[in-house]
Write a protein that binds this ligand. Sequence first.
Ligand code: MRU
Length: 354
Amino acid sequence: MVDVSNDSQSVETLRWRDGRLEMIDQRVLPARFEYLPYSSASEVAEGIRSMVVRGAPAIGCAAAYGVALESLALRQASREAFVAGMEKGFEVLAASRPTAVNLFWALKRMREVWEANKQGTVDEIVDRLLAEAHEVSAEDVRINRAMGAYGAALLPDGARVLTHCNAGALATAGHGTALGVFRSAVEAGKRISVIADETRPFLQGARLTAWEMVQEKIPVTLITDNMAGHLMSRGEIDAVVVGTDRVAANGDVANKIGTYMVAVLAQRHGIPFYVACPLSTIDLAIPDGTAIPIEERSADEVTGFRECQWAAEGVQIRNPAFDVTPAELVTALITEKGVVTQPNRENIAALFAS
Ligand code: MRU
């Protein structure tokens, strides 16, 4: 078994080593556990686009480091080239993936530090940006632990909980959002068993969630996505907890493709549907889910996996990577500021007012 422990008791998705960023290559898990090195904004952007790193909070953390790395890479440049290079770095990172708002949230935060320190020496700029990137990651773990505590209280002892995609330590700087709720519940002495949707087409459930849970000996059962309704109809699922990539101001939730289907099924069977959602994932500028940009990824992800291609040549392909669950299907958002039941425009706005 791989030693993945850090101070958050879970896998270290991103780490700073010898003046560069290292990220676990999530494309090759669970067959291989290896870190890849990153030294510039464009390298990090490519790591996000190709899903070496994925999951909304982890994408935000990676982007923050991408900005800091760019300042380091430009250290010897003229002042003019330094400023132009930094702007290019922000641009290339912002273009990496469209749906997870944490990317833009982290870039905004890094831009504020950049703008505030622009007149300083290059060393000062590098130091400030790097300190901020470290803080974005450290804060993410603290937030996940707070959400975990609130979420754990919602789960009864012995709960069998379904999750979709991977909202675990691998999707964050540590502990995870949805899987953080499970971890916290287990730490609190509750017996929790996890049902992991495989999560077509990129298999984050089968490859990542199952791996994380097995590493920590939290009981986990893998199912294909089309099995969830059957298990619900047999009374084998007590709750659903998922993560999210962007929540609109009215509480509509964008998450991995297939989440909407799970939410509809949960409502049909009277099963609570919880969304673990740090405030950095709420986008008040988006009035409702119809305005959330949905990434369309490459056809290759649908026609096969790695070397194995199974679809007929010449077939047309759609590959929307996310869908939107209307707020009315969400039992509660679990945030670091507490649980918001039946999310709507008013109770979401109130989260930011206090
Ligand atoms: O395409 P991915 O793997 O980046 O999608 C990830 C998800 O949909 C997660 O559920 C979401 O980002 C929340 S992660 C805490």
